[in-house]
Design a protein around this ligand. Sequence first.
Ligand code: GLU
Length: 493
Amino acid sequence: MPNPPSGTATPGRVRVRFAPSPTGFLHVGGARTALFNWLFARRHGGTFVLRIEDTDQERSTEESVRTILEGLGWLGIDWDEGPFFQSRNVQAHRALALRLLEERKAYYCFCSAAELEARRAAAEKAGSAWKYDRLCVNLSPEEARRRLQGGEPAAVRFLVPEGTVAWDDLVHGPTSFDSAVLEDIVLLRSNGSPTYNLSCVSDDVAMRVTHVIRGDDHISNTPKQILLYRAAGLEPPRFAHLPLILGPDKKRLSKRHGAVSVTEYRDKGYLPEAMFNFLALLGWSPGEGREKMTRDEMIAAFRLEDINKKGSVFDEQKLEWLNSQYINDLAPERIVALVRPQLEAAGLLSADIEEGGARRAWFLKVITTLKARSKRLPDFVRDARPFLTDDFEYSEDAVKRYLGTDGNRMRALRAAFETVEPFTEEATEKALRALAESRGDKAADYIHPLRVALVGTAVSPGVFTILILIGKERALRRIDRLIAFLDSRATAT
Ligand code: GLU
């Protein structure tokens, strides 16, 4: 894919980029960075550029590029330009370094890795902090040329000027570094390959990036990059550094805390719209306690000034909550389409519940009934099971909480239900309550075991709703099964 034409910028138009290194999956932190760039671009009618920073030949993989694009696609984060591959721009990166060399803003450094390491170790031993000691800074251009021609490898280092580097960070406010803390950064390694800071600045200039929105972990690169802009006589973009994403223990989110890749969340049964909404709230506060928002609402409300300065905790329970809200908004047909592969894998799919099938309308009712209690898509497969097959177990928890060893109540309930006609929610509920009252029991003494009989669990949607969905004949058989189970427990004790 060709790189963007330069020199066609509309002045003032926002241009942002997401610049992942394709060395692994799409981390939720990376996805959040992409999302904030996307929201900012959409908010300002700007352009969102995707740049794959694949200059690290050893660690970059095509598989990683694929998963990054897949993750962004799943979240609905679309880009206007790209994906551009940074490795194709190496000539331009080198040209910038050579220009700085010519202008004596950079210099050749012949110190080998071993020499640098020895001097670093010596400095450390003497108790002083090490930064490159500028041994090569005063080599004359002639001397440098002679050594290069003699085949000596050399890196190109940027001559960091003295002074303060300051910028008005769009998240953190005024930020400054004394350049004395920076060492003369390597622009080109001795094998000629450009380093991250050089490539990043060169590409951001070529792509006319107006705002660099990226993680806090890059804050220490920003003064270096600003100095490179200045040295090249260019106006730096604005910078916004996003707070870290933390685990529940307030430590930087990592694999230790569980899933960290976007596709893992997809596979766990989260909806992309819920994940999108959740990621947007990781560090951004739209105000007025707003949480569930549509994409358009988020675009309209998004302001970099409202991003928190402090890290934000990745709270999977909140994600689950949001997901359940989004699930509740879905039409049952859409839910069935989403869970169909899992239903099939569980052996629960049959022609009569497929589109056009005899029990399709009934199945959509089952899904609608299950919706309110479902947090993630696999919940549907688990909870639809007793509606689709008689082959289900009683959960341990339900048995412990609600089942004794006396089958008499269930026998009485079975007898009462048998005569209920038509078998409706109202009529069955009336019959159950009347029975309980006549026997001096509480309705709950019947409702809980009935639920276990019908679906095997301690909790479910309204028991009379599921009773009708399961239907009289099957319900009576299930009550029989429970009676047999209770009787067998009675004989066992
Ligand atoms: N490739 C860098 C990363 O993945 C991008 C840094 C930047 O946005 O400038 O962290």
